[in-house]
Design a protein around this ligand. Structure first.
Ligand SMILES: C[S@@+](CC[C@H](N)C(=O)[O-])C[C@H]1O[C@@H](n2cnc3c(N)ncnc32)[C@H](O)[C@@H]1O
Length: 278
């Protein structure tokens, strides 16, 4: 992946974040589980042409490629060279030759209209700068009758993020995180507005108990890019305010501790729709 992409500052930060994470991204079972569920719900069949938006280390692309067989084709796009390098390594190790990886911004793809039977986006929709416009763009790339599927988290998901939103609000800072796709209704409306029909949303309860220490480590203090928001809204706070905010964040988390630990909700919406046939 020696090519370069001309990205704006927001997207370059995301690309850099994930390029750093590339080598360790596949550790743990959480991302693979979500990617697998999305593919499973999509019921991909032999011979289909599949676009994996923000393919990362290729989890969705690889599983789809194994289902579509030799007559099918998967294209995985991502802005992070580090993530794509991992995907390439895994694809070569598996000897799969029906996947193409493309370094590209998913909001500005150059594929001809009506290129794909299925478009999937796992764990990445909220990174798009304009989620609604991205869905309209992908609608054009689907064949009539084609399936779109994305996964999104409920706005109750991730205790660290929810707590950070709560305390930041007190300082006049509004953090979006999962809010744009945070309810079944919002996911439904996003697809409907982009022109999709036969919308189906499967909500799955996920999550686990974590320790107070693990929850405290979810504090980012504006050091990571904020999905859909640039510059990061916490950058407007002084270092003194950030220190106070972190202390309030930790105090809020301490209140949530139970005998089992702190419940870290990860309610997930698997959202599907079809492009109308005419
Ligand atoms: C949490 S990872 C998800 C990777 C993979 N889909 C999965 O389920 O494991 C988010 C990915 O979105 C990619 N990404 C974010 N914005 C993007 C954009 N505008 N175009 C393409 N990829 C993007 C990042 O580089 C990163 O690889």
């Amino acid at each position: 992946m020696n090519q370069q992409l001309d990205l704006n500052e927001y997207k370059q930060q995301i690309a850099d974040l994930y390029s750093c994470r590339g080598q360790t991204y596949d550790q743990g079972d959480w991302h693979p589980r979500i990617a697998h569920r999305l593919v499973e719900h999509a019921q991909i069949s032999q011979g289909q042409h599949v676009l994996d938006i923000a393919t990362g280390t290729g989890m969705v692309a690889i599983e789809a490629a194994q289902l579509i067989g030799f007559a099918g084709r998967v294209v995985g796009v991502d802005i992070s060279t580090g993530m794509l390098e991992q995907a390439k390594r895994k694809i070569e190790a598996l000897g799969l030759n029906n996947i193409e990886l493309v370094l590209a911004d998913a909001e500005k793809l150059n594929f001809p209209a009506h290129s794909f039977d299925v478009i999937l986006c796992s764990s990445a929709l909220i990174w798009m700068a304009d989620v609604s416009a991205a869905l309209c763009h992908w609608h054009q790339l689907l064949k009539p009758g084609g399936l779109i599927g994305f996964h999104a988290f409920a706005d109750t998901a991730f205790v660290g993020g929810v707590t950070m939103q709560k305390v930041a609000q007190k300082y006049g800072v509004s953090l979006a995180f999962s809010k744009p796709t945070g309810t079944i209704e919002k996911c439904h409306d996003l697809l409907k507005t982009a022109g999709f029909e036969a919308i189906e949303i499967k909500s799955e309860q996920d999550g686990s108990y974590i320790s107070l220490q693990q929850a405290k480590q979810m504090w980012s203090g504006g050091s990571h890019p904020a999905p859909g928001q640039f510059p990061h809204p916490m950058k407007q706070l002084s270092s003194g305010q950030l220190e106070k905010l972190e202390a309030e964040f930790e105090a809020e988390l301490a209140v949530l501790v139970t005998q089992e630990g702190i419940w870290n909700d990860i309610t997930t919406f698997y959202t599907f729709g079809r492009k109308p046939i005419d």
